[in-house]
Each structure stands twice: as C-alpha cells, then as structure tokens.
Write a protein that binds this ligand. Sequence first.
Ligand SMILES: Cc1ncc(COP(=O)(O)O)c(C=O)c1O
Length: 434
Amino acid sequence: MSSRLSLFGGKPAVPHPPTYSWPPITNSDTALIVQLLQRKELSYYGREGEVRELEDAFKTYFNVRFALAMSSGTAALHSAFFGLGLGEGDEVLAPTFTFLSTVMPIFVVNALPVLVDAEPDTGNIDPADIERRITPQTKALVITHMQGHACDMSRIMDLVRKHRLTLIEDCSHAHGASHKERLLGTFGDASVFSLQGSKLVAAGQGGILLTNDQEIYERATLLGHFKVRAMEEVTSDQYRPFSGTGYGLNYRMHPFAAGLAKEQFKRLDAYLQGRNDNLLYLSSRLKGIPGIAPPVVRDYATRHGWFTYRPFYKSDELEGLSLPTYLKALQAEGVPIQKASSLPLHLEPLFQVEDDHSYTYGRTTSEASRSTRQRYQPGDFPHSEHYAQSTCTLPPFTEPMPEIMDQFVEAFSKVAEQAHLLRDYERTGYPHPK
Ligand SMILES: Cc1ncc(COP(=O)(O)O)c(C=O)c1O
C-alpha cells in the first residue's frame, strides 16, 4: 500500500508543485519592447517594422504567399470568413466543441454556422458527422485542431474535394503541429492562429491569417486595414479602388504585440520539443493506472502542439468515485489538475434560443438569418458532451521536468490504490483515520 493520502494528512507525492506561467519572457524580449517604447514605435499604418517581420517569419515557416497579422485570433477568423466571401444563405460547418471564436464570426458575416459533433477520443471534429450535415447550401468548413492534435486531415480533405467546400483551419492550439509531417495551417484555403497570451506563440493579444489566395488576402486586408497598408497591398483592379477606406474595421496589430510574437515564434520548435518530451513521457507512464486514461494521440498527429494536456477520468475504473473527490485528492498531492471547463457551443444559450436580440429589426438580411438559424439542445452532440464532461486538464509544462512527471505518476497511482478510502470519505464525510 502506498503512503497515506495527503488529503488525509500524509506527505504529498509532489512536494514542490511546479507553477505554470506562460509565456517565458527573456531579457531580449524585454529589451525589444523597451526599444520600441523609446523609439515611440506605437502603431503602424503600413506593412512595416515588427508586423512585417512577424508576417515574414510566418510566411517562411509555413511556406505561404500571404500572412496578415491582426489584433486577435477572433479578428483573423472574421477576416477569413469575410475573405472567402461567405455571407447570406451560406452554411458553414463548424465544430460544436471548440473555442467560441471559431464560430461566432460566422454570424457577423451573416452566414449560418451548422454545428458538428466531435470524435469521442480526440475531441476533434468528426468527419463522419461533417458528411451527414452537408446540404446544397454548405459552402465552407471550419475546423479546430483541438489542444494541438491534428484533425483527421486525410478524411477531411476527401470531403472538402468531394463536396467542393472551402476550408478554414483554426490553428490557435496548434502552432507548429503537424499531420503526417505536414504543418497544420497549410491545408486550408485560409488558416488562422490566435497569438493570445496563453498560446504557443504569444503576442499577448493578436492573431495571424495565412493564405495562398490573393483574393482572400485582399478582402481580408480591406476588412481590417485602410489607407497605407491597403494601398500598398491590395493591387487587383477589383479591390484596389477601396483601399482608401477599407471595408470598415481596424484590425491592426500593436507593434509591441508583434515584436513579442516574433521573438516567441523563434522559440516555437524548442517549446514544442519541451512539451512533447514531458507530456508523451507522462502519457506513457499513466497507461495502466486505473481511473485515468492519457489523451489519445493518433499516428497521423506526427507533432502534437499540447495547448493543454487533457486526460480522461474513468470513474468506472474506481468504482464510481466522483470526479470532484478524485481531483481534490490529486490536488492535495500537488498535481495541478482541474476539471476541463469549456462547454460545447450547442449548450450555450446563443445556440438554443429563438431570438438572441443581436439583430436590429427592419434589416432584411437579419430576418432571413434569424429564420433559418439552427437551434440545438442538450443531447444533440453526445460525443462532444461526453468529451467535455469526462476530461481534465493539466498545464502543458514546457521546461524539462521528468522528476516532476514521475511525481505526478506517483500521485495518480497513490490515489487509484486508495480510491476505496476516498469513496468512504465521500460517503461519510470523514477522512480515513490514521
Ligand atoms: C481555438 C481558438 N480559436 C480562436 C481563439 C480566439 O483567439 P483570440 O483570443 O486571439 O481572439 C481562441 C482563443 O483564444 C481559441 O482557443
């Protein structure tokens, strides 16, 4: 029998729990921001300075023609949908299990999101369910490589070709991750990376859109850029006349954010290596411990991005011990594990109510969008719901820390071995006596 559970007064398995803090900031990061401040390099109108350097670095790494840095990943997704010309009456297939920004800008271009269930094991959009939901109005598909695990791109690309869909990849969890050695972000007509502060390439706030298609690039540029950058970059006869005004928004990125992201991007491969070393090792050692199943990594996910580490809790293997008590016991041992908090989108009120009050009466487009809008209810996407409910999260530790991973494993084993004491505790409310 392992030593007494820390929850009941024993010594914790992880005596010095690591704190997770992201992103790592070096002296050169700080120096760069100070220099920008001293030079009063506070905004750019053209494709210049830190923004240009960041975009060039992305273009080279992903071998794409165009990169457009923006104020957020959400802005970049909006620009992608707009860039693709999606609008009134167009259905866009989208995962119900994703961060809201993958889907919400579809409403802003007046197209219709049609939600799709997840695969039960990876949490990624399910190709079989994509195919079931295609109608003559389906124009596009947006996918998210959740937690940095590649979607099933072979099956998805077959569907995209067969049904002539345009594809948007949301790679906000998957900077530098790959599918069969091909970088994610190089499959879509457009792909988007959030550069928000928790992301692998962190600007603080920011996003970037990649495409090889000049029309998408020009339309995306005009949506969020006007005057100098639009005049320099929008060259086609069709769109150039509008570069003086753009199409109405300002999605420009702050130079500080671009500078920080540029520096972080240089370290991306090292970050990925660190996360893969720690977390694949952790997974290999968690296998076989009752109560926990490591995240599934399919063979085609040749490089994982590990935005978070998301194992499954298996209460049936611990005779029904509840998740809150299981987590409490692990946390007492020093494991920074939590219940995953994000809900599939169809469980949010916006996807369930008749009228979300977002439209102004009298706008014909809005009325049409409202009447054709899909409404969902709990139970509609069982795999997504189950995945969301049964997974936990651990931070994606990036610095090498094999001893800490071993201590985590020790904590998981200890809690599994003494699950019967935790069940007694759950039933009686009293800790197990010494
Ligand atoms: C999958 C995904 N897409 C899009 C976004 C939106 O990015 P941003 O916060 O930069 O707008 C996020 C997260 O923040 C995300 O996790």
